[in-house]
Structures are given as structure tokens and as C-alpha cells.
Design a binder for this molecule. Structure first.
Ligand code: ZN
Length: 319
């Protein structure tokens, strides 16, 4: 069985979509690479932020559900998403986040400088300097407010908190084929086939309450599979491990299989292709609402229900 490559994307729940866009495309300087809708709830946006070309492993996505409650971190959900920044960029980012009034906690995790903070809607984030950040497949976004040298390189890690982590660790090793690459302060770190790609950090915290989905919480974590054949193999392995896996769902930009890991976190297996360039040119990604073909006939009704979004102005357009 081939191991998963690392993190493919992470999907979270946000509040107001414009505030979400201002935070990720403005403050963090990521590119909005796809402006679409939740395929199961097409009256809600699905916003995708990534590097300039939306490479698998760089993509943080959001369902803005402002009417949902705030949710709760705790067991059975992912409590934090870490993004990789280049070595030497921590001081620049610390100043940028502080200037925006964000409270930043500086930590060292697995020997890496880490800035921990929250987005406008309470999602726990970290920026981590990674020695492997430069090895990643990455295209800088020329119109970002963040200089290319400091731009976010992709997803670095997710923090999965469990009542009991052992079954999750067994899944990571025996089914997903990941390797234990570090242990520190109760956290175990697992890497997939591509060591520069995002990690799973998992720990047991039985004293914490059960986590709940809501605004500012992680919805699911997707792991990279290179093609449909590997996805089928892993789907079978997940089912053989006694976990229910969905059938393959065509998400148009990739193919997905979902399952709940033993602690309850929603995981997905997502193919590296076809990619975000399949339905719009790379130089125009994210500029207009894109719908998968089966929702296109309902475009007028869908557009009517969505509030208009303003992209942050490119730096050269600023007065
Ligand atoms: Zn997903």
C-alpha cells in the first residue's frame, strides 16, 4: 500500500465571507484560487486559498457559515492548522501580525519557530518556519501584499486532539502508511511519503471536553493520494480497518473519499489532480464564481443567495 503524500487541503468553518477573504487573501497574502459554493449546500460559498497555482498541499478552504455558533475545541476535532513559512521569515511575520492587532504566542515546536494566533473568527492558526519549506512545489503570488520571499509555502501540520490517540496513530501508520517522525510534550508527529508535505500531530487529552464544529473550527482534513488507483486501495484499507468510507465523490478539482478516523475527526482522501486550472485559466483563478457543471443550470438562483465579495487590492494599486 502506498502511503498518503501528506496534507492535501484543510477545510474550516468561517463567519462572514468578506472578513474571511480579507484575512487570508489580505493579511496572510494567500491567493483566492477558487470562488465556489459548498456542493452539499450551494447557498454557501466555498473559498479556497493557496499558492498562486493552487498546488495540492497548499490549500486552506472555508465554508462561511456566519449563522452557526462558535463551536468548541476539544477532543475528536482538529484544534489548529499550521502553515509553513520560510526560515528567516518569523520576525517579519511577527511584526505584520502584531501591526494588525493580533495576539501572537511564540513557541518552539519540534525545533521549529512557531507563531500561534487566531484568525478573525477564532480559528487557531500557526505559522511555522520549516527547513523543508523551500523544497515544496510553490509558485509565489505576484499580487500578494506579502513579499514573495515571506509568502506562506503551504500546509505544515494539523493538531488532532483525541480522548485516546492510540487508535488514530494505528490508523496513521497501518492504513495511511505514515511514519512517526517526532514526539514532544505528548504530541506525536506523523509524515506521509513527501516529507516536505504537511504532518499529522496527534495527542491524547482525555480531560478536555468533546470538540464541536462551529465558526472558527476545522471541518475536515484531506490527505493526498496521487491518483484514483491509490485512492481505491486506501478506501479498501480504511473499510478493512472497520471504518466506513464513502464512495468516490467527484469534487471536480479532485476526487474525494471521506471517513471518520477512530477518534471522530472527519478525514478525506483527495487526489492530486485534475487541479484548479481545469475550469478557469491560471491567471484568472478565483476572480469569478465557478460552479461544477451539475450546478451550472442553477447559477442565477445560487448567485442571488450569495453576497458579493471584494478581492483585496493588489499592493501596486494602493494609494
Ligand atoms: Zn475536503
Amino acid at each position: 500500500m502506498l502511503p498518503v503524500g501528506g496534507i492535501h487541503h484543510v477545510t474550516c468553518i468561517a463567519g462572514d465571507p468578506q472578513e474571511n477573504l480579507d484575512f487570508y487573501a489580505g493579511l496572510l497574502g494567500m491567493r483566492l484560487v477558487k470562488r465556489s459554493v459548498n456542493q452539499d449546500d450551494p447557498g454557501t460559498y466555498h473559498l479556497f486559498y493557496a499558492d498562486a497555482e493552487g498546488h495540492p498541499g497548499s490549500d486552506l478552504t472555508f465554508f462561511p457559515w456566519p449563522d452557526m455558533g462558535p463551536g468548541r475545541n476539544g477532543t475528536g476535532i482538529t484544534n489548529e492548522v499550521a502553515l509553513a513559512i520560510p526560515q528567516g521569515s518569523a520576525a517579519w511575520w511577527r511584526d505584520r501580525l502584531a501591526k494588525e492587532g493580533l495576539r501572537v504566542r511564540e513557541e518552539t515546536r519540534f525545533g521549529e519557530e512557531t507563531l500561534a494566533f487566531e484568525d478573525f473568527h477564532g480559528l487557531r492558526l500557526a505559522l511555522t518556519t520549516s527547513p523543508r519549506a523551500q523544497e515544496r512545489t510553490f509558485t509565489p503570488w505576484a499580487r500578494s501584499a506579502v513579499p514573495a520571499v515571506h509568502q506562506i509555502r503551504g500546509l505544515h501540520a494539523v493538531r488532532a486532539v483525541e480522548i485516546a490517540a492510540d487508535p488514530t496513530k494505528a490508523l496513521a501508520e497501518r492504513v495511511l502508511g505514515m511514519r512517526l517522525v517526532g514526539s514532544e510534550e505528548g504530541w506525536d508527529r506523523y509524515a506521509g511519503a513527501d516529507p516536505a508535505s504537511g504532518h499529522l500531530d496527534v495527542c491524547s487529552k482525555p480531560s478536555l471536553p468533546r470538540g464541536e464544529w462551529g465558526v472558527g473550527k476545522v471541518h475536515h482534513v484531506a490527505w493526498r493520494v496521487k491518483d484514483d488507483a491509490q485512492q481505491r486501495d486506501l478506501q479498501g484499507a480504511v473499510r478493512s480497518a472497520g471504518l466506513g468510507a464513502t464512495q468516490v465523490i467527484d469534487r471536480f478539482w479532485f476526487h474525494s473519499v471521506y471517513f471518520r478516523e477512530p477518534g471522530g475527526i472527519l478525514f478525506e482522501l483527495a487526489t492530486d489532480g485534475p487541479g484548479f486550472g481545469v475550469d478557469e485559466p491560471l491567471d484568472a483563478l478565483g476572480e469569478r464564481l465557478v460552479l461544477p457543471p451539475w450546478l451550472e443550470p442553477r447559477r442565477p438562483q445560487i448567485e442571488e443567495r450569495l453576497s458579493p465579495l471584494r478581492l483585496p487590492r493588489a499592493p501596486e494599486a494602493r494609494p
